[in-house]
Design a binder for this molecule. Sequence first.
Ligand code: ZN
Length: 237
Amino acid sequence: MGKFTAMLQYQAADARLRKLEVEIENHSDYVRAVKARELFEDAKRRAENTEQKADELLKHYEKMLAVYADGQKKLEDIEVTAAAGIAADNVDKIRTAVSKIGDLLSRLEKEIGQLSSHLENILRVNDTARKDGSKFRTIFDDSAAKYKKFKSTKTPEIDALNKELAALAAGVDKRLLDHYNALRKDKVLPAFVTLEKTEKSWSCSGCRMDLPMDTLSKLKADGMIECDNCRRIIYME
Ligand SMILES: [Zn+2]
């Protein structure tokens, strides 16, 4: 048995597990569920943002209404005073005050109108975001349930492979296995590859990158080297 035999057996069994994992990850319902979750999160963010914005606008709107009511009250007070009779030298002063308050009120009316339609828009966007959220939540729930069902049909096979892998792992050099697992985590698979002879030099059969001329002698001396390009282990039995 060569130095890498156990490792390579493990790698072969794990490739079958990886194939199953890829099949599961690429399942249309899984892809759909992931997409729906993204869209749901986006709708949720939109709903939250517009809700906050609507709160701010509403506060501002109420403040403006209070200022408006205050202006109206002032006008009424002036009318009451005027009804009681105005001294001749006060007529101009009162006329100026009335016109000033009138200007203020019409400016406020305009601003209140704009604010009100802005608020309506924000509430409409909020409503759409909420509806979107509920729609994508339903799609997510539906596709997640279908995906779960599909995945469960693969569970016996996966369990069997994991058992096989655990048994094989017991016979693999720990250093090699650690290295394998690190590469597997990054999906650099197969992790252990052979050297490939090209016309003038050597290359990594994992990534096809040319290797320095002294690679072969290093490989003969150490039994394995790490490819600088893809981090795979190039081994030689
Ligand atoms: Zn490589």
